[in-house]
Ligand binder design. Structure first.
Ligand SMILES: [Zn+2]
Length: 106
């Protein structure tokens, strides 16, 4: 099951904001469709990317990228996705019906 969504990418270092760099950052989320052109002010805060994802896979909350011996944490925010399972990160079910949900374990 695949769906097309907008993903916001927050926390990119200044020199990773070109289209090729952004594609590389999101390559593990799913299939890159387009990078949204934003006005200058928003552009400085985050990137917005159209992606096709397989909803059976867990959503990535973010990832580390390495740039000149520094590590940066980059957050992925999925627009219009109301919930993701707290246990496995998938959006196809809620936490209580998750097969990774183990009652009584904290
Ligand atoms: Zn789950």
């Amino acid at each position: 099951m695949r769906c097309k969504i907008w993903v916001q990418i927050h926390g990119l270092p200044g020199d990773c904001r070109g289209e090729e760099a952004v594609k590389e950052v999101v390559c593990h989320i799913g299939k890159f469709i387009a990078l949204k052109k934003l006005n200058k002010i928003i552009l400085d805060r985050y990137k917005r990317v159209r992606m096709e994802i397989n909803v059976k896979n867990p959503l990535m909350r973010g990832r580390f990228i390495r740039k000149k011996d520094k590590r940066y944490w980059v957050d992925f925010i999925y627009e219009r996705i109301k919930f993701a399972c707290a246990y496995c990160g998938k959006i196809t079910h809620k936490s209580k019906s998750c097969d990774q949900f183990v009652e009584g374990v904290s």
